[in-house]
Ligand binder design. Structure first.
Ligand SMILES: *Cc1c(COP(=O)(O)O)cnc(C)c1O
Length: 378
């Protein structure tokens, strides 16, 4: 059997202990056994989210948790700011439109990070703004947003800060309580090394006030129901039992490894990948300052078919990287370095990238990619 290398920014590879947990016999959820698991999961999630706030778990993809964030806080005609610098920022805009929000759209060129001052200017002028929506790691471009700076600006205003951390939670630093981030949204299939299917959301006291006054109809994603259940260490509906059992194992591992160690590893891998791209004569899609340690986006060089590059690596070499989305299709490729992606996976990834680029006519010093990544990963 040929090994497949999954270097995409979600889903990410599953560690063997996760696959083992997923293959266990299922248990019933209204039992002391499952309650004990849920309790451990809740405690450890707080560590990963860096918060004392409640963290809710939905049986949904990450977007479900994004919808829960909007559905529970933003009523029709409420004013919001959406920071949109990529495919996932756009999702915040689309969700807010669906719920009838009055959107102040802050469009940022794809590949660039927002200037927090811009948000301050808008908030200074308009005290009625209810929420600011941001994306910590804009997975479509590889840009990281300065959430700490945004939170500092928003903290003492009437608005709450809602952050999409679907690809960044457990991958790069997000100090929810220390920075004052009101709602953090995430999913299971990126930094958390699980299959897709769990959506998460943390809720601050300031955000709870909005939830209470919000006029939207809600049912499955009603955080008031979820809160009632959580207070009894329970869930309102059948939880994704098997995935939560596996989550429990992931969290135990992450807690014992510590966030510091995980973030440092991802940074080391990210630096190595970026230096390797530069050595190959390729151009990064973002500046080194704005680049996320969860995923690196690289411009496809002139003369190379970007779609074919990704397809050939996947179908002929068993190495999956991601292409570009929307107008970036064929123009960039993206390599993840988070979760269970490790040194050896990236070395294989780089070696394969070199082979395929070379086959497609791109010129560079032979083996410079592999040599560079090996140098940086030692
Ligand atoms: C993957 C991703 C999403 C979408 O999550 P789904 O689980 O596919 O719903 C949203 N935002 C960001 C930043 C992502 O990386």
């Amino acid at each position: 059997m040929q090994k497949n290398y999954l270097l995409t920014p979600g889903p990410t590879p599953l560690p063997p202990y996760v696959r083992q947990a997923l293959s266990k016999e299922i248990i019933h959820h209204r039992t002391p056994q499952f309650q004990a698991i849920l309790k451990d999961v809740e405690d450890n999630l707080k560590y990963i989210f860096q918060t004392k706030n409640d963290v809710f778990i939905f049986a949904s993809s990450g977007t479900g948790a994004m919808e829960a964030a909007v559905a529970n806080t933003i009523s029709a005609n409420d004013k919001v700011i959406v920071i949109e610098g990529g495919k996932f920022g756009q999702r915040w805009t689309e969700l807010n439109k669906v719920f009838g929000a009055d959107i102040e759209l802050v469009q940022v060129e794809w590949g660039k990070a927002v200037e927090p001052e811009k948000i301050k200017e808008i908030l200074d002028k308009d005290k009625s703004i209810k929420a600011v929506f941001a994306t910590q790691c804009e997975t479509s471009t590889g840009v990281v947003t300065d959430i700490q700076a945004l939170a500092k600006i928003i903290k003492d205003t009437n608005a709450i800060l809602i952050v999409d951390a679907i690809s960044s939670l457990g991958a790069i630093d997000l100090k929810t309580d220390e920075w004052s981030v009101d709602m953090v949204v995430s999913g299971s299939q990126k930094g958390l090394m699980l299959p897709p299917g769990l959506g998460f959301i943390s809720v601050s006291a300031k955000a709870y006030k909005l939830i209470e006054t919000c006029k939207n109809p809600r049912y499955y994603f009603d955080l008031r129901l979820a809160k009632k259940a959580l207070d009894k260490n329970d869930t309102p509906f059948t939880p994704a039992i098997t995935t939560i059992v596996a989550l429990n194992e992931v969290l135990k591992n992450m807690c014992s490894e510590t966030l510091e160690v995980i973030f440092a590893r991802n940074k080391k891998l990210a630096d190595a990948v970026r230096q390797t791209m530069i050595a190959l004569g390729l151009e990064l899609f973002t500046t080194l300052q704005d680049t996320s340690d969860a995923v690196t986006a690289v411009k496809v060089p002139q003369g190379v078919d970007g779609v074919k590059l990704v397809k050939t690596m996947r179908d002929e070499c068993n190495v999956a990287i991601a292409g570009g989305q929307a107008h970036l299709k064929g123009k960039i490729f993206r390599i993840a370095h988070m979760g269970f992606i490790r040194e050896d996976d990236l070395k294989v990834g780089i070696k394969t990238l070199e082979e395929v680029l070379s086959r497609m006519g791109y010129k560079f010093e032979k083996d410079i990619g592999l040599k560079t990544i090996e140098k940086f990963l030692n």
